[in-house]
Design a protein around this ligand. Structure first.
Ligand code: IPE
Ligand code: IPE
Ligand code: MG
Length: 243
């Protein structure tokens, strides 16, 4: 029996976020170069996007590349950028066909020109879609995002466009890249690492965290179903007491 049969369809999380980790180790276990793991991770991306769309998840955020990942060896970084451009070109037709709207969050100015061009094309081509919102965190750092939000808020206060005494947690939320998305209810990290690695620090305040030892290139729809079944068993109290 598939875990899919155990999913309560009325309680599908609206927003699932995933730290796609373990590509390098997956490749190394096979005596291959790290990039081989990244290449094989693309199939997993396809699987979760399809799986999430079929279940009716409205937002799927995938952590694809962190700001810190720029510090990796040049060969890996260049390989990842090539893979990203290639994948966008190959997959954009499928995104359109499946009514998926692409979003990107991160410090995009750091990306090479050809990557920016490919991304902008895909963003434009899918802008009118109304199904799953696929949010790719690229050159993303949550601390940087929060710093940028603070900078914008300070500028607006200085310009007289914002009254400092009205600033609250909702104000900060509105200045994050994710302002138009609800907070994730479920955050999945693969590859057996138990950390957040600078991902959506503000937005994950009350997310349910799910960790699996499966390396990202082995992650399939069934693993997504298992995570959602586990999520649906959690008692979400938000600091309150159940009456
Ligand atoms: C995740 O896999 C993909 C990126 C960070 C780009 P890793 O490349 O981090 O793989 P491991 O964690 O070294 O195995
Ligand atoms: C987090 O994974 C970033 C992505 C999955 C894109 P890392 O592999 O970079 O994180 P650490 O180094 O294990 O914390
Ligand atoms: Mg890693």
């Amino acid at each position: 029996m598939s875990s899919k049969d155990q999913i309560i369809t009325e309680r599908i999380p609206k927003h699932v976020a995933i730290i796609m980790d373990g590509n390098g180790r997956w490749a190394q276990e096979r005596g291959q170069d790290r990039i081989f793991g990244h290449i094989n991770g693309v199939k997993s991306v396809r699987e979760v996007v399809e799986g999430a769309a079929e279940l009716g998840v409205k937002y799927l955020t995938l952590y694809a590349f962190s700001t810190e990942n720029w510090e990796r060896p040049e060969k890996e970084v260049t390989g990842l950028m090539e893979l990203m451009v290639d994948t966008i070109h190959k997959e954009v037709a499928t995104l359109i066909k499946n009514n998926i709207k692409l979003h990107v969050i991160g410090e995009l100015s750091m990306l090479p020109e050809h990557a920016k061009t490919a991304l902008n094309e895909a963003l434009n081509l899918t802008a009118g879609n109304t199904g799953l919102n696929l949010v790719v965190a690229l050159s993303y750092s949550s601390r940087w995002e929060i710093g940028e939000a603070v900078k914008k808020i300070v500028q607006e206060v200085a310009n007289g466009d914002l009254d400092a005494s009205t600033i609250n947690q909702d104000t900060l939320q509105q200045y994050l890249y994710t302002s138009e998305f609800p907070d994730p209810e479920l955050m999945i990290r693969t590859s057996g690492e138990y950390r957040i690695s600078n991902f959506l620090l503000y937005q994950l305040a009350y997310a349910e965290l799910y960790f699996t030892p499966v390396h990202w290139p082995d992650f399939r729809k069934e693993h997504l179903y298992e995570a959602i079944v586990d999520y649906q068993k959690r008692d979400r109290r938000f600091g309150k007491v159940k009456v």
